[in-house]
Write a new protein. Structure first.
Length: 313
């Protein structure tokens, strides 16, 4: 790959026909992006995930089923890319940036999709930019489904403006330049998560108790007086199920939210409690088999009381 001028965006021709893309992290988000990029005609895609060390891991199997090139390590993955897109767990944000920076090509864009605090993103940016890359933070403002690659993303940093045209041509049509510094985009997502993940945790606690007393429908009906948003039972089941299915990842994100609040001088009392409830929820994945809210709650409540209430380690 010919390294571009670090201050100049890729040309239209390069972006359209010679854009080498690397995806670091090949879980749910990485796989969705790979599929959409391949469907859009991109053929030069390299992927890397630490789980590739296990050939039977879900990322390993997913990579084997797609027309992508597997890298042996993060530095190798970044060395041949015009564009690196990082989608790892929140806790691995800095580790991933450091690993990719060890080999990143001069002038390559590094897009950080991870749900990390502004402070973490700023540290990651310093690592990537010092190595000659061009760091851009990207806050994904909704679940990756149903809009997938077109999901709304807030871009931040001094290189965001140069990157946006390339992202749009690749299919990231929901991306928009939000700030010319690193931090505001991730702060927006983190503060939003206080509400979204917090409501998930509150609904879980409320509905588990309400089901015991047989008043869950009355509680939900009463919410419509204050928050007339439509089908509350359907919404409650959806939000609780998100915690049950993705609670481990959500708890990691909420730990970053806690850091975000601390960076702002705000005590994270509610957020820290949310970490506990989100960490607890995935114990009950079998409950997802029940399509009705009441039956799902019954399955969750079937856990012995001590296990139901104890905090996860």
């Amino acid at each position: 790959m010919t390294s571009p001028d670090p201050q100049a965006p890729l040309s239209d021709d390069a972006a359209a026909t010679r854009c080498a893309i690397t995806l670091v992290g090949f879980g749910e988000v990485g796989q969705v992006l790979a599929d959409d990029l391949l469907a859009g005609g991109q053929s030069d895609i390299t992927v890397y995930d630490i789980a590739f060390a296990d050939p039977q891991s879900a990322p390993s199997r997913a990579a084997a089923q797609r027309a992508v090139r597997r890298a042996d390590n993060a530095a190798q993955a970044g060395a041949r890319a015009d564009l690196v897109i990082c989608a790892v767990t929140a806790a691995a944000d800095l580790e991933a940036a450091r690993a990719v920076a060890a080999g990143i090509a001069g002038g390559a864009f590094y897009v950080d999709l991870n749900s990390a605090s502004p402070g973490s993103k700023q540290q990651a940016a310093a690592l990537v930019d010092a190595a000659g890359g061009r760091y851009v933070e990207a806050a994904v403002m909704a679940p990756i489904d149903p809009r997938r690659i077109a999901s709304v993303m807030l871009l931040g940093g001094p290189h965001a403006q140069a990157l946006q045209p390339l992202l749009h041509r690749l299919g990231f049509v929901g991306s928009q330049v939000f700030a010319d510094t690193v931090g505001p985009a991730s702060a927006t997502k983190m503060c939003r998560s206080v509400i979204i993940k917090g409501v998930e945790a509150l609904l879980t606690e409320s509905m588990l108790a309400a089901r015991h007393y047989g008043v869950e429908q009355v509680v939900l009906d009463s919410l419509s007086d204050l928050l007339p948003i439509g089908d509350w039972p359907r919404l409650a089941r959806y939000m609780i199920s998100r915690s049950v299915e993705h609670g481990v990842r959500r708890a990691e994100e909420m730990r970053e939210v806690s850091h975000t609040l601390s960076e702002a001088g705000v005590s994270a009392w509610m957020t820290d409690a949310c970490v506990t409830r989100q960490s607890w929820a995935p114990r009950h994945k079998a409950a997802l088999e029940h399509p009705a809210l009441g039956e799902m709650l019954d399955a969750m409540r079937a856990t012995p009381t001590k296990s139901l209430e104890e905090k996860p380690r």
